[in-house]
Design a protein around this ligand. Structure first.
Ligand code: SF4
Length: 372
């Protein structure tokens, strides 16, 4: 199983952000971290669940935590769960919040993978996004992470930004490749309702430019030796993010913290998004849970397909039969045949996966695997 821990604090809200995150004071952070420790200790689950293969601290900005605070959290988790010796422990970090002493503390806490939000190498683009940092802050954070011995680093980038050109996106990709991180995530901007971006008159790249940016991403990153293993994720050999692969594979995960979503025993739920409620009820897991949904076999088959097809390795027919007691052909044979004819899907041996063109139209293809 995997574990996710949500740290909902950020210094300032970015203009495109619809994650559960907000600025906080020191006292609020302390109360939240103490509550997290209680939630972990009282979760009613533990070593009986089997080995934890991955822990992911996401946010928000987990790098607002000191090394000591991170150590307390990982200790709480280790007291409660059996951590596999080779477990991947990732934390998200934002430039402008990382210091050498924080990083040394994170290493001591057992963090062995760091994911840094860079987004762009251009000041004008960063400023429009409302990021708290400049590109040189990112460069400094990256340098510090390497100096402190982090040898598994992801860099996040975004395209389709207001004012961004095909050239400026190519420059961002090239600049980040020159740093040689182990992993690069390249997402296209989605303007979400309720964010400041949704109310702004944005000069966004048109569809054709965005398609070109997507194509350039594949060309430049694969040209620099990064293998695309998921629609938006690229890695050097051996550095694909195990946590994310687990999520796309349907590995159960237990999450802690405000608004955090879990999937265990074929049941999905999320924690309350109200801080007052969270702090008050943290010792009684049942009082935190919202939107509890027990997945039917059909739900699980759908998820297996549309999450699995996000990965370039696609889905396994034998694993499908093992999990659901029916062959993939029996359930999805016609759809698969249709998309193979359209050259959006292909198969090799046991696996069915998206073609390169299929990756571009992934949402259309994946939607067809919903059974209802
Ligand atoms: S740093 Fe991330 S989580 Fe925080 S406001 Fe910006 S996009 Fe949202």
């Amino acid at each position: 199983m995997e574990i996710y821990v949500h740290i909902p604090f950020c210094l300032r809200k970015c203009r495109y952000c619809d994650f559960l995150s907000f600025p906080c004071g020191g006292e609020e952070k302390r109360r939240y971290l103490s509550a997290l420790g209680r939630e972990i200790a009282g979760c009613g689950r533990g070593r009986g669940e089997g080995a934890v293969t991955s822990i992911y601290f996401g946010g928000g900005t987990p790098s607002l935590l000191s090394g000591e605070e991170m150590k307390d959290l990982t200790e709480s988790l280790k007291r409660q769960f059996f951590l596999a010796p080779e477990a991947e422990i990732t934390m998200e970090a934002n430039p402008g919040t990382l210091t050498a002493s924080h990083l040394a503390g994170y290493r001591e806490a057992g963090v062995n993978r760091i994911s840094i939000g860079c987004q762009s190498v251009h000041e004008a683009e960063l400023s429009l996004l409302g990021r708290i940092h400049r590109y040189e802050d990112f460069q400094e954070s990256y340098r510090l992470a390497r100096e402190e011995g982090f040898d598994n680093v992801n860099i996040d980038l975004m395209y389709g930004l207001p004012g961004q050109t095909i050239d400026s996106w190519r420059q961002s990709l090239e600049a980040v490749c020159a740093l040689s991180p182990e992993h690069i995530s390249a997402y296209s901007l989605i303007v979400e309702e309720g964010t400041p971006f949704a109310d702004m008159d944005l000069d966004l790249p048109d569809e054709e430019a965005e398609r070109q940016m997507a194509a350039d991403t594949v060309e430049i990153l694969t040209g620099h030796g990064y293998a695309r293993y998921e629609i938006s994720n690229y890695a050097r050999p051996g550095f694909a993010c195990r946590h994310n692969i687990g999520y796309w594979d349907g590995t159960p995960y237990l999450s802690f913290g405000l608004g955090a979503s879990s999937y265990m025993d074929h049941t999905r739920w999320r924690n309350t998004r109200s801080m007052a409620n969270y702090l008050k009820n943290v010792s009684v897991p049942a009082c935190l849970r919202r939107d509890v949904e027990i997945l039917t076999v059909e739900n699980r088959m759908e998820e297996y397909m549309f999450l699995g097809l996000r990965m370039t390795a696609g889905v396994s027919q034998s694993e499908f039969a093992k999990r659901f007691g029916r062959s993939m052909n029996e359930v999805y044979g016609r759809k698969i045949e249709h998309f193979v004819r359209e050259k959006l899907l292909t198969n090799s041996g046991d696996r069915v996966f998206l073609t390169e063109r299929g990756m571009d139209l992934a949402n259309v293809v994946m939607a067809e695997f919903l059974l209802h």
